[in-house]
Design a protein. Structure first.
Length: 147
């Protein structure tokens, strides 16, 4: 890979490493936490690797009607309240998405196809998530294997 793309991939790894480290802060059982984290990694990698071309047409058709615009404003206001209420979670998602988008742009500039981009993003993200979670578990319990 190009020399500059290693920086963005390292940044992606570090962001997911920190996310894996911080997963223990949630009040959800660990198996559900890790299931949702892995699912989120896969969904984000799919969204970044395979962008939808028809999304713009669908959104423009939805907003062009009066009912669609009204519903969009109401939903946008509700989302704004949720974002402000759970700002710490929103910032985490924003940082993970930004690091993934930067890595995807660097991978795309190198000329990789969509499936290879998905594989690279998923591998680096899941590796960072797993290593961060394993080190956090090791530092908290003193052992690496679950009881």
């Amino acid at each position: 890979m190009k020399r500059n793309s290693w920086f963005s991939l390292t940044l992606l790894f570090v962001t997911y490493f920190i996310f894996g480290w911080k997963l223990s802060e949630f009040d959800i059982p660990p198996h559900l936490t890790w299931f949702f984290a892995v699912a989120a990694v896969l969904v984000l990698a799919i969204a970044l690797s395979f962008p939808l071309k028809e999304t713009k047409k669908l959104l423009m058709r939805w907003i062009s009607s009066d009912a669609g615009a009204f519903i969009s404003i109401i939903v946008g206001a509700c989302l704004a309240v949720i974002v402000v209420t759970w700002l710490h979670l929103f910032v985490t998602v924003l940082v993970l998405t930004s690091a993934g988008a930067l890595a995807r742009l660097d991978i795309q500039m190198f000329g990789h196809q969509r499936w290879r981009t998905f594989a690279i993003l998923t591998t680096i993200s899941l590796t960072g998530l797993g290593v961060g979670g394993a080190i956090e578990f090791l530092s908290r319990t003193g052992r690496l294997v679950l009881p």
